[in-house]
Design a protein around this ligand. Structure first.
Ligand SMILES: NC(=O)c1ccc[n+]([C@@H]2O[C@H](COP(=O)([O-])OP(=O)(O)OC[C@H]3O[C@@H](n4cnc5c(N)ncnc54)[C@H](O)[C@@H]3O)[C@@H](O)[C@H]2O)c1
Length: 353
């Protein structure tokens, strides 16, 4: 580690933002220098809790005074686009958002482009893809340790396909090192298909991948709720935990689970956000790329939109990338607008603990 102490601004410091603030307070090479939050009372309480004096009600006010090295943007999704673009234009070196990144594809494009044009590192937040064990399982798949990939399935891709299903799409793309290029989907219940949001929407179907494989997509949990990838001998199973690895069969024909023997990850003593934040900071330092990027979240949104589009059009095949970038899929109101606007505000007592 070098001597850099990253100057971090937390932008949007509600329930999830406070997890970021905790993490950035803990690391030896980061310092929170500003908190931005629209809620005055919560902002003041958090300033005292995290010993931060520079408190702002909006991102423009922050950037007039301070350009941080790192902006952790954890506002409700509706406000992420403007915050990302303002920070990129102001010269922030590394920006992270949360999931889902946007509702409208062209908004996600604008965020990704604003960062790419200025060489800003753009990270994607707290996703399972950024767990060190998920990353290691993917590397071992890619180096051929388990043999050639023969098949892949997604399980439990429902209920919230942009806000939660982005977890599945991000792991699927990572494990297979491919993109989704064509989707045929079936959706239920009918009333959810008619909504602008992804609330309660169950999507089943198949995704064709750029490596030629076809991935079956099960909308409700099977014995697994994640992503299975198999080779001739092995099964790698991500099910919201460090991936399990199976190799060979016992005398009854059942798969034999191996000890995956994952390498120790030095940052694991800190917090569950560690893989996402430490890979992001390493990238800002010129080493590698974030284990979950803003571009990954954009791809996940695009797959979710395409899946719903196919389902609403009687399972018409939909090819990606989507030509119509004005297409949108809104997350549930809490994610889009936050707790204060949707009747679930975080209490001051909770924010203070
Ligand atoms: N990755 C995950 O596991 C995960 C988990 C929870 C939430 N999230 C995402 O995190 C985001 C925030 O969720 P939350 O649970 O923290 O919500 P929250 O309502 O608890 O907090 C949002 C905070 O943002 C502030 N805010 C609202 N508009 C703002 C603006 N324009 N500028 C600055 N601050 C603003 C609010 O005052 C509030 O304090 C959502 O997009 C949600 O989908 C992700």
């Amino acid at each position: 580690m070098n001597d850099t102490k990253y100057r971090v601004a937390i932008i949007g410091c509600g329930r999830m933002g406070q997890n970021y603030a905790e993490a950035y307070t803990t690391y030896p090479d980061t310092e929170i220098i500003a908190i931005v939050d629209a809620n005055t009372q919560r902002r003041n309480v958090l300033g005292a809790r995290f010993s931060v004096d520079a408190l702002y009600s909006d991102v423009e006010a922050l950037l007039r005074d301070i350009v941080p090295d790192i902006a952790a943007i954890v506002t409700p999704t509706k406000y992420m686009k403007d915050a990302v673009i303002a920070c990129a234009e102001a010269g922030v070196k590394g920006i992270s958002t949360e999931k889902p990144i946007a509702a409208r594809l062209e908004d996600a494009d604008a965020m990704v482009d604003a960062c790419a044009e200025r060489d800003v590192v753009f990270a994607g937040g707290n996703l399972q893809r950024a767990m060190n064990e998920v990353q290691e399982a993917a590397s071992r798949l890619h180096t051929g340790e388990f043999g050639d990939i023969r098949g892949v399935n997604v399980h439990g891709f429902g209920g919230e396909i942009s806000g939660g299903g982005c977890q599945h799409i991000s792991v699927l793309r990572l494990f297979t090192n491919t993109e989704v290029e064509k989707i045929v989907a079936y959706g239920s219940p009918p009333e959810a298909l008619n909504e602008e949001t992804d609330e309660g929407l169950i999507i089943n179907g198949s995704f064709r991948l750029t490596n030629g494989l076809t991935c079956s997509v099960f909308g409700t949990p099977t014995p697994c709720r994640g992503v299975d990838v198999w080779t001739d001998e092995c099964l790698v199973r991500w099910d919201w935990n460090p991936p399990e690895i199976f190799r060979g069969y016992d005398k009854h024909g059942n798969r034999i689970r191996l000890d995956p023997n994952y390498s120790p990850y030095p940052w694991n003593e800190f917090s569950y956000l560690t893989g996402s934040i430490r890979s992001f900071l390493a990238a800002v330092d010129g080493n590698g790329h974030p284990w979950i990027t803003g571009a990954d979240l954009r791809q996940a949104l695009e797959v979710a939109i395409a899946a719903k589009l196919s389902a609403t059009r009687n399972s018409v095949p939909v090819t990606l990338p989507l030509a119509d970038r004005s297409l949108a899929l809104y997350p549930r109101p809490y994610r889009w607008l936050g707790g204060d606007a949707t009747g679930k505000p975080q209490s001051i007592e909770e924010a203070n603990s």
